[in-house]
Design a protein around this ligand. Structure first.
Ligand code: AMP
Ligand code: FE
Ligand code: FE
Ligand code: ZN
Length: 281
């Protein structure tokens, strides 16, 4: 069984629409796929229908952009939550609105040195999708400033760049609580992705677990080898769900569908714990 529980469509910063993503998953031999766009769930319906047509199992999900009180950014996956739970929708609205003004500010700074405009970025962003630095990267690629997203992220779009602007986001502990209230299953995405910047300290994991964190995404290409060892011990200590996923973004990243997989018994635990929406397996 190939079970891939972390993927993006162009509802956020993936490059394929949900139906195309499901088609690619079927072609890659994925049996069960979760769609986990950043900060919104408007891709669920199209993905669910396509998955039914193509015989792929579908788990509705989302990846919530969060701040950690100890500093740094945390991505919290949520599976099977109620997409209409208003307190969660309220914080997602704030995040998406501030993502938009933040992206405009980054573009304003970049425009002093590069031939880029907000209009150009919008041409590379699906209307209504969650905007992020990858869309700015695509605009930079289109005018020949960089060759791909990765080059943009290692230069002008890096968090250490002088063009970088941050944005407000929900506190990660609050996100865990909101996901649980919405009947969802909170899983910490790529928790030891040191390649992306700093990771949160061990004590902070305990705080999230105390709040009800259900799982850890251990099998992810961005987690360091020593980080995976730490996470494996932590999962065993607290009997947490362990997942493995690709974090596929279509052509936006080298990550391939199904490059990591989740154990069927772990998927079963997610399906049993989630009560806010239905999977189609
Ligand atoms: P943002 O949410 O605007 O801060 O941008 C972060 C997003 O950019 C993440 O969701 C990643 O999927 C994506 N990203 C980060 N690093 C890279 C990279 N090197 N190449 C392509 N996409 C990246
Ligand atoms: Fe992304
Ligand atoms: Fe992420
Ligand atoms: Zn992701």
């Amino acid at each position: 069984m190939l079970i891939d529980l972390h993927t993006h469509s162009n509802i956020s910063d993936g490059t394929q629409r949900p139906r195309e993503l499901i088609r690619a998953a079927a072609a890659a031999g994925v049996d069960v796929l979760a769609l986990t766009d950043h900060d919104q769930t408007t891709g669920w319906e199209e993905a669910r229908n396509a998955a039914a047509d193509l015989g792929v199992g579908f788990v509705p999900g989302m990846e919530i952009t969060c701040h950690a009180s100890v500093g740094g950014s945390v991505h919290m996956l949520s599976y099977l939550h109620d997409p209409h739970y208003q307190p969660l929708l309220d914080v997602l609205d704030v995040t998406r609105t501030s993502r938009e003004s933040r992206a405009q500010r980054i573009v304003g700074l970049l425009a002093e040195d590069y031939p880029i405009s907000w209009e150009l970025v919008q041409e590379h962003t699906q209307p209504g999708s969650t905007v992020g630095r990858p869309h700015i990267a695509d605009a930079l690629v289109s005018v020949g400033v960089v060759i791909n997203r990765d080059e943009a992220f290692s230069s002008m779009l890096s968090s250490r760049s002088r063009y970088y602007v941050s944005h407000p986001a929900v506190d990660a502990v609050d996100a865990v609580r909101l996901v649980l209230e919405a009947g969802g299953v909170p899983v910490f995405a790529h928790p030891m992705a040191s390649v992306r910047g700093r990771v949160v300290p061990a004590e902070y994991f305990e705080e999230l677990i105390e709040a009800g964190l259900a799982g850890l995404e251990i099998h992810h290409r961005d987690n360091s080898v020593t980080g995976k060892k730490f996470l494996t011990d932590l999962a065993r200590k607290h009997d947490l769900i362990v997942t493995g996923s690709s974090d596929y973004h279509g052509a936006g990243k080298p990550n391939r569908l199904g490059e990591n997989s989740t154990d069927p018994a772990m998927l079963q635990r997610i399906l049993s714990a989630g009560t806010g929406s239905m999977a189609s397996i």
